[in-house]
Design a protein around this ligand. Structure first.
Ligand SMILES: Cc1ncc(COP(=O)(O)O)c(C=O)c1O
Length: 425
């Protein structure tokens, strides 16, 4: 059973002398040295996942690239890593654009946003390789900027294909009533407006949601997009196509095995290649936009147990983080698992509920998990903590955002310092 839990951790995890280690570092020593809550990122796991994407894309006969979805997690170590490996970064706000440019002068930036502000657009014009236009109001603003003489980056249109993907409803984004993207009619009217204003549209994009593991909806969305693309005259026969990201990961041993990333990629590549032939379209430059499936497994969250409440039928382990650094259980009913950092050989003789220190009954990281009988002061590690945790962290109840370590080739760098100041300090 412990092997199953361990398989959710980064690939550099190991058990030495009954303790968890990562790239040879004992996690317990890192927790003592850097304090908790503490997040660790294993660059080797990111490299492994990135390589799987790259390998699959090799069979695409045209140009293909990977755009990392920065909303999953952005940091200096990660941005530098992505720049060194030829990825693009998707940014959804002025803040993400500035952070990305600060840590890499050359990484291509693709800008998203369902309601881009004036400063989002201003920075997109300065720094983006591509803007993905979400709606006709934004399109009118861009036409205005073009008329005023601004040089615009590549412009793709975000299509809402009207498909419902199998995931939590808060992370579905491609259904007809979604707030994201444009209908087919809106896309065609944007194309007409572009022609009237001497502008070009270079690509089509969709993203139907996150944390799905079944391909029916994405294949349907690809089909719909290629059909729409065939109604558009592509200037110079070159166009870009991005079917978004969203491939899911397991968070708990009951979700294992890891879903077959290669099969998913094979299916979307095949449909794209055959679909463009069927519709008589030129082969597009293909862009994939994963976040979670690249970075989630690379991350571990470490907490210290401060208080244990043993009650009939329920043992509470109360730790020093939770809702403020990981709102996912509260937002999406996400189900996590954990291991203690030491004493891994102990039998799992208790069923524990792991809760944070915040004043919300919903501040429960993990429910009903088989666990050894631990003591106050011990540490626990929660795997698959690399995506949508630190990037969603808040100062709720005056919490400071945790420290993050980036561990690459056996070296540790502080990727984010533990926050020391709140708004009033
Ligand atoms: C436009 C867009 N692309 C890509 C992603 C990445 O999704 P995931 O992290 O599930 O791969 C998201 C996430 O919400 C998104 O909004």
């Amino acid at each position: 059973m412990i092997e199953k839990r361990l398989s959710l951790f980064p690939i550099s995890i190991d058990v030495q002398n009954d303790q968890l280690t990562l790239q040879g570092y004992a996690l317990q020593e890192l927790a003592r040295e850097y304090g908790t809550p503490l997040y660790l990122y294993d660059a080797a796991t990111l490299a492994h996942q990135y390589h799987r994407y790259r390998q699959a894309l090799q069979r695409y006969p045209g140009r293909a690239s990977i755009t990392y979805a920065g909303k999953a997690y952005l940091s200096p170590g990660l941005i530098r890593w992505l720049a060194a490996h030829g990825a693009w970064v998707d940014c959804s706000s002025a803040g993400e654009i500035l952070a990305t440019r600060k840590f890499s002068k050359r990484i291509p930036i693709l800008v998203h946003g369902v309601n881009k502000s004036a400063s989002d657009l201003e920075l997109a014009l300065r720094f983006a390789r591509t803007i993905v236009v979400d709606n006709l109001s934004e399109w009118q603003r861009l036409i205005q900027l073009h008329r005023q003489g601004h040089v615009l980056p590549d412009l793709w249109l975000r299509f809402c294909p009207g498909v419902l993907t199998h995931t939590h409803r808060h992370i579905q984004t491609g259904h007809e009533t979604s707030k994201f993207g444009m209908s087919a009619e809106e896309i065609l009217s944007a194309i007409r407006l572009a022609e009237q204003n001497g502008m070009r549209v270079q690509g089509l994009h969709f993203h139907i949601g996150s944390q799905w593991r079944e391909t029916t909806a994405v294949l349907q969305a690809i089909e719909e997009t290629l059909k729409l693309a065939s109604e558009i005259r592509w200037v110079e026969e070159r166009w870009h196509f991005c079917p978004g990201g969203g491939w899911g990961v397991p968070y708990h041993e009951d979700d294992l095995p890891w879903p077959a990333l290669e099969n998913y990629l094979e299916e979307i590549l095949s449909l794209t290649i055959h679909g463009v032939q069927r519709y008589g379209l030129p082969l597009p430059d293909l862009h994939l936009e994963p976040g979670r499936s690249l970075i989630a497994q690379a991350g571990i969250a470490i907490y210290q147990i401060g208080t244990i409440k043993r009650r009939p039928g329920c043992t509470w382990l109360l730790v020093d983080g939770g809702l403020a650094d990981n709102p996912r259980p509260a937002l999406y009913n996400a189900r996590y698992t954990a291991l203690p950092l030491q004493g891994l050989g102990r039998a799992w003789e208790e069923q524990v509920w792991i809760g944070g220190p915040y004043c919300e009954s919903g501040d429960v990281l993990i429910q009903d998990l088989a666990f050894p009988k631990v003591e106050e002061g011990e540490y626990i590690a929660v795997p698959v903590s690399g995506a949508y945790q630190i990037s969603m962290a808040s100062n709720y109840n005056g919490a400071y955002r945790p420290a993050v370590l980036w561990i690459e080739d056996g070296r540790i760098e502080i990727d984010q310092k533990r926050e020391k100041k709140l708004w009033w300090q």
